[in-house]
Write a protein that binds this ligand. Structure first.
Ligand SMILES: [Zn+2]
Ligand SMILES: [Zn+2]
Length: 334
């Protein structure tokens, strides 16, 4: 796949972009309250596991690390289907109360191990324990759910997350983040055009919204788009065909356009010395068509990093890259 990017890239004065990529790993917990049929997933999670391995292979080849946002229930090997609340009425009705052999979409410690086994130092970040939407519960429940996830991480992985990706982009209360030891949180910038033609243009060509991370009440907030954009909206999302009106594009064209979207966004971030945060769900990229532009883009990133034009940072590396302003303790005038 050749794009105009390669020609442009050598002719401009450059700053340095910081690129972060986060991948939501939720399997059966993602939308069980919205979509009973879950046609975006394979029934046994086999393809999602296979494409995760493919992604991890490319990451190892290129040395590019990612943040994986894990619904912590997946760390369990088995459970009885009951978890003390408060949770929204019926939230755990979807919990099969079995084990990883019977329901590999609801238990997936093997998936987390597969990420940890790799030489590339990926980050595991909490995506909550239960994927309960924050707007349906109070702050104490958000805190308890995060704590349950992090305790499980401490037991199973020997460490707690420093970063949090809240389910469905809902901003969490800052004091809860501080109490739970969260340093970095990912939030979406609401920038969708209401006009469907302009929206289609946004999704196909970009640019995605970019905003440098900022410290708010002791936590670093990093910003992404509302729509998954590491993967292409014009290609099938996992097992589900691409929606109208973008799904009519021929595969090759959709792939080229998406690689251009990613490369142009990176170019813009380099020119403006900005932070670009791309994201998707694991299921989004779990098909051959999505995998091709993502792989190619990681090669591009590796090349740009070698040239000193891009830094790739996982979410937990962002506080060092964007340190909080240190206030001088000396009184003015001294
Ligand atoms: Zn359970
Ligand atoms: Zn999610």
């Amino acid at each position: 796949m050749t794009t105009p990017f390669r020609r442009v890239v050598d002719t401009v004065e450059w700053m340095t972009a910081v690129v972060t990529m986060s991948v939501e790993l939720e399997l059966g917990w993602g939308v069980h309250d919205l979509d009973e049929h879950a046609d975006h997933l394979t029934e046994d999670g086999r393809e999602e596991r296979r494409f995760l391995r493919r992604l991890l292979d490319v990451c190892d080849e290129t040395g590019v690390a990612m943040t994986f946002d894990v619904v912590d229930h997946l760390l369990l090997t088995a459970c009885d289907g009951h978890h003390d609340g408060p949770y929204p009425e019926g939230w755990f009705d979807a919990d099969p109360g079995t084990d990883v052999a019977v329901d590999p979409l609801f238990y997936a410690p093997d998936v987390v191990e597969a990420i940890r086994d790799r030489p590339t130092e990926h980050e595991l970040c909490t995506h909550s324990f239960s994927h309960t939407p924050l707007e349906t519960v109070d702050a104490a429940a958000v805190s308890a759910d995060l704590e349950r996830g992090q305790q499980l991480e401490a037991d199973v992985l020997g460490q707690r997350s420093r970063s949090f990706v809240p389910p469905r982009h809902r901003p969490p209360p800052s004091d809860v983040l501080v109490d739970r030891g969260i340093d970095v949180v990912r939030i979406a910038i609401m920038n969708q055009a209401d006009n469907p033609v302009r929206r289609a243009g946004q999704l196909l060509f970009g640019p995605p919204p970019m905003r440098d991370p900022e410290w708010i009440d002791g936590v670093l907030w990093t910003y992404c788009s509302t729509h998954p954009n590491l993967t292409a909206p014009s290609l099938p999302s996992g097992q589900r065909p691409a929606g109208r009106p973008l799904g009519w594009l021929p595969t090759g064209l959709a792939q080229r356009l998406h690689l251009q979207y990613l490369e142009r966004a990176t170019l813009r971030a380099i020119e403006n010395d900005e932070h670009l945060h791309l994201w998707c769900h694991l299921y989004d990229l779990s098909n051959e068509r999505q995998m091709a532009p993502v792989s190619e883009y990681l090669q591009t990133l590796a090349r740009l990093r070698e040239q000193g034009r891009v830094e790739v940072c996982t979410m937990d590396e962002l506080p060092d890259r964007y340190p909080a302003a240190v206030e001088s303790s000396a009184p003015p005038g001294e």
